[in-house]
Design a protein around this ligand. Structure first.
Ligand SMILES: C[S@@+](CC[C@H](N)C(=O)[O-])C[C@H]1O[C@@H](n2cnc3c(N)ncnc32)[C@H](O)[C@@H]1O
Length: 265
């Protein structure tokens, strides 16, 4: 029995509305695939694939792609994206903490803003490394805690009931020292790079409107506060817009991310 079953069920409900944000995560997907040095013919796993932006990008380069996500609504869209792009991708509904693949199956394991949401980082990472061949590449994109999206997670956490004991904050995965420590001696050649995701918006208020309908953890929090505490919801919205305003210029919110790449020993 998974001690985090209830937590993951809530996450799944929140992420069900994420599909419109694929327009924003598509360009960082190409950045991650390039950063991973992906080549045609490689066996690739996209973990927490969402609507398949990384998976489709990799498949269009000729990789043999498998992709997995917790949320069935997003997998439905991912299958449609693969059909539209005319690529074959094997999709699985599942949990990064229990990957349904044999040891040493893949040449490359990728995750864009995905595995960071698993409650147990050590379990998720051990699974991703288990299914990766020795000499294979693991590469992922994550949100640093001190920048826009990481700060947004901290804001959401401040307004939310505490998570079950043992759940690690997702943006720990955006800290280079934590990443080095977690990867430890299982890998070599750890390399970092950064990029900026642009979320087009007419104003910080537009950004807030859009994200509270699409971004998993915020969707759930806004639903909860709308029903139970409208005054607290108004405070959250004020803080959310003020944060977005710090990163808003040229009609986009600029969200910097960290990319990590390493080779499995
Ligand atoms: C921010 S979205 C990113 C989706 C996609 N990779 C992208 O870049 O557009 C986070 C994704 O993580 C998935 N997710 C969260 N927890 C997961 C878990 N334990 N196992 C697998 N997927 C998970 C969600 O369903 C969601 O699709």
């Amino acid at each position: 029995m998974d001690p985090f079953e209830g937590f993951k069920k809530t996450q799944k409900e929140g992420w069900a509305h994420f599909a419109p944000l694929e327009a924003v995560t598509s360009r960082p997907a190409a950045h991650l695939v390039k950063f991973a040095g992906l080549r045609g013919g490689q066996k690739v796993l996209d973990v927490a694939c969402g609507t398949g932006v990384v998976a489709v990008t990799a498949a269009r380069l000729g990789a043999r792609v498998t992709a997995l996500d917790l949320t069935p609504e997003l997998l439905e869209r991912a299958r449609e994206n693969a059909r539209i792009a005319q690529v074959d991708i094997e999709f699985h509904e599942g949990d990064v903490e229990q990957l349904p693949f044999a040891d040493a199956t893949f040449d490359v394991v990728l995750s864009q803003f995905g595995h960071m949401f698993a409650p147990q980082p050590a379990v998720a990472l051990a699974q991703m490394l288990r299914v990766l061949k020795p000499g294979g590449t693991i590469a992922f994109s994550t949100w640093p805690p001190d920048l826009m999206t990481g700060r947004m997670f901290a804001l959401i956490a401040r307004y939310s009931p505490p998570p079950p004991p043992g759940v690690a904050p997702p943006s720990q995965w955006g800290d280079r020292n934590v990443i080095r420590e977690r990867l430890g001696s299982a890998v070599r050649d750890i390399t970092f790079d950064t990029g900026t995701m642009l979320a087009p918006a007419l104003s910080p208020q537009h950004f807030r409107h859009a994200t509270e309908k699409t971004a998993g953890p915020l969707v759930k929090l806004v639903q909860m506060l709308s029903a139970g505490d409208p005054a607290k919801l108004a405070d959250l919205r004020r803080e959310d817009e003020a944060l977005a305003a710090e990163y808003f210029h040229d009609n986009a919110v600029h969200q910097d991310y960290l990319m990590t790449r390493a080779v499995r020993n």
